[in-house]
Design a protein around this ligand. Structure first.
Ligand code: DUC
Ligand code: ZN
Ligand code: ZN
Length: 475
């Protein structure tokens, strides 16, 4: 058999096994795993290295409209380049509907933003903000058939929050079409109440963002989202879970046999509310929602991953420049935390942080790392086994890691459009040195060798988690 590339001498790890073998690649796919595979045009020496499925980051925001005067720091070119340097071979950004917009139009717009601009593969989740009859009755079912098989709903944010009846209606469409609903669980009215009161009291510094969104806000919405999904009898994914109380809501639901899934993110493992207390506006660098909490919450998020309550570890990459009125410093006159755009960069640092803090410190195994960062994302969102594993027939989406490399995370090492990293100064051991998408290197030995446009759009199958279920009492 002839190969285009052989990755030789590395330690291969999947979500279930770790073994020594060479990887033979032909036509963009993994063609053989074994010893003595012979020769190829390109033989890559991976001795002393880990050969892992490329990371799939199923929760990123790129080129997303973010309010008047605010501009997201990454477009598809800069965001996917940063993803590749961070050991990722695929990202799933959101295509966000704005009120009054047709979903078809939204999808068209996002394809125009992404086409020819990506370094790694991409696929889109839809964000549903306007649950009109034509959206629910026609557009969504047709789009699910076309490979847009997951959508996110928000329980907070002006212009985005869905009421309970709207959530129920979206969930009913997901049930009928076999799509997976992702939920941003925070109580909108409670946040509005607290934000108004804090502002009236003159408490407007960035760290009051955390005060305006206490754990109860997230716990209540998580509980409600679970109840709504139980009523409709449809699986849901609760995204960016930040603390024990929300995690335990999900665990309890899972123990009751409900199909509730959970995701957590790096900011809930290594940042705390204290980070938002920086001098002047510095704390704005850490403003995201839900906000970073405390040490006990970090422990709970680790526990959630260790016990399988969370099946996904995503970045929630949502980057804004700091030193920029179109970013965290916000347009003139808007001085309250209310106006600080919610979100932080993280697509490039997600994997090294989890590898170092998780695998390196014995909190999770290497195979759990692969599951949490690649395989489960592919399985959850209808990409497996094409993506997310190292197996004969799968796309050759591979990251080669130096497990001994020690790096102090710094903005000077980053490749995205933001002007800071919230993880500045964190020391990690283990770093992705090369990233290959469908058999072609995008990053090789730390250098960009891929071409913009090499990453392509991937239509997805329905999530196996969202298989149509038997008729419900209300049907
Ligand atoms: N939710 C996200 O998923 N990302 C950034 C901001 C937010 O509220
Ligand atoms: Zn969200
Ligand atoms: Zn997000």
């Amino acid at each position: 058999m002839s190969f285009d590339t052989i990755i030789r001498g590395g330690t291969v790890a999947t979500a279930s096994d770790t073994f020594q073998c060479d990887v033979g690649i032909a036509g963009g796919r993994i063609a053989a795993l074994g010893a003595d595979l012979g020769t190829a045009k390109d033989v890559v020496d991976a001795r002393g290295k880990l050969v892992l499925p490329g990371g799939i980051d199923s929760h990123v925001h790129l080129s997303q409209p973010s309010g008047p005067g605010i501009v997201m720091a990454d477009d598809f070119a800069s965001g996917t380049q940063a993803a590749a340097f961070g050991g990722n071979t695929m990202v799933l950004p959101f295509a966000m509907q704005q009120k009054g917009q047709s979903l078809r139009e939204v999808v068209k717009q996002y394809h125009a933003k992404a086409d020819g601009q990506c370094y790694v593969d991409v696929s889109f989740h839809l964000i549903i903000t306007d649950t009109t009859e034509s959206v629910l009755g026609q557009e969504l079912p047709a789009l699910v058939n076309d490979g847009y098989t997951s959508f996110k709903v928000f329980m907070t944010y002006e212009g985005m929050a869905l009421s309970d009846i709207e959530m129920l209606n979206v969930m009913a469409v997901a049930r009928e079409t076999g799509a997976l609903v992702m939920v941003h669980a925070e109580n909108y009215d409670a946040i509005r109440f607290l934000t108004d009161r804090l502002e009236r009291a003159g408490k407007t510094a960035p760290h009051f963002h955390g005060t305006s969104r206490p754990i109860a806000v997230e716990r209540e919405a998580t509980h409600r989202a679970i109840a709504l999904s139980e009523i409709v009898d449809v699986p849901i994914m609760i995204v960016h879970v930040s603390n024990r109380e929300a995690m335990e809501e999900i665990r309890r639901a899972q123990q009751r046999g409900l199909k509730i899934y959970g995701e957590t993110c790096p900011q809930y493992l290594v940042l705390t509310a204290g980070d938002m207390e920086g001098l002047n506006m510095e704390g704005a660098k850490y403003v995201c929602s839900p906000p970073p909490r405390d040490h006990a919450s970090q422990v709970a998020c680790w526990e959630g991953m260790q016990q399988g309550v969370f099946s996904l570890f995503s970045s929630d990459h949502c980057p804004f420049r700091y030193d920029d009125p179109q970013g965290k410093l916000t347009p003139k006159g808007r001085t309250s935390f209310r106006w600080v755009p919610n979100g932080i960069p993280g697509v490039e640092t997600r994997l090294p942080i989890l590898f170092s803090e998780g695998v390196g410190k014995g909190r999770i195994s290497l195979n759990e790392f692969v599951a949490l960062t690649a395989t489960n994302h592919a399985k959850t969102y209808g990409l497996y086994p094409k993506k997310g594993t190292i197996a004969v027939g799968s796309d050759a989406d591979i990251a080669i890691w130096d497990p001994e490399r020690e790096v102090t995370i710094s903005q000077s090492l980053m490749h995205g459009g933001a002007d800071y990293t919230p993880y500045e100064g964190i020391a990690v051991k283990g770093w992705p040195v090369s990233t290959m998408v469908r058999g072609i290197f995008v990053v090789r030995d730390g250098e960009l060798v891929g071409k913009v446009g090499a990453g392509t759009y991937v239509a997805r199958e329905r999530s196996p988690l969202a298989k149509p279920i038997a008729k419900s009492a209300w049907e």
